[in-house]
Write a protein of this length. Sequence first.
Length: 135
Amino acid sequence: LATGREREWRHQKHLALQNAVSVSLNFLHERIGVILDDVVSTEEDLTFLVEGLQPSGVPIHHIRLLPSPATALLRDSGRKDSRAGAARIAAVYAELSEWQPAAVIDNSDLSPAEAADRLQMLTTTGQSLVWAPGA
């Protein structure tokens, strides 16, 4: 059973997903590409995003950037603000382990440019495609 705090967190997370879809659709309507830079931790959340974005009629890709837990902890400890902490990182990794999208990049040892190159390769080859019009 979820506590009041957990229910409120889930509610706010759902509002954030709704907002992401709404804003994305506005940009896509104007033929401006969109990248959602967020943790999609459950298959249910991905389904919500994909179904919400389908009216745009553009292909939808999903790629999970997933450094090792040790790398995530190291990066988190180096942040001045908004540190997640070890317990939160462990909880997120546990949630992420429950399902695997088709496209995952372990960016533990990659520069941002190298990660971007791999991301582009996954999208241009269609390996990260989760929905396309007429499919």
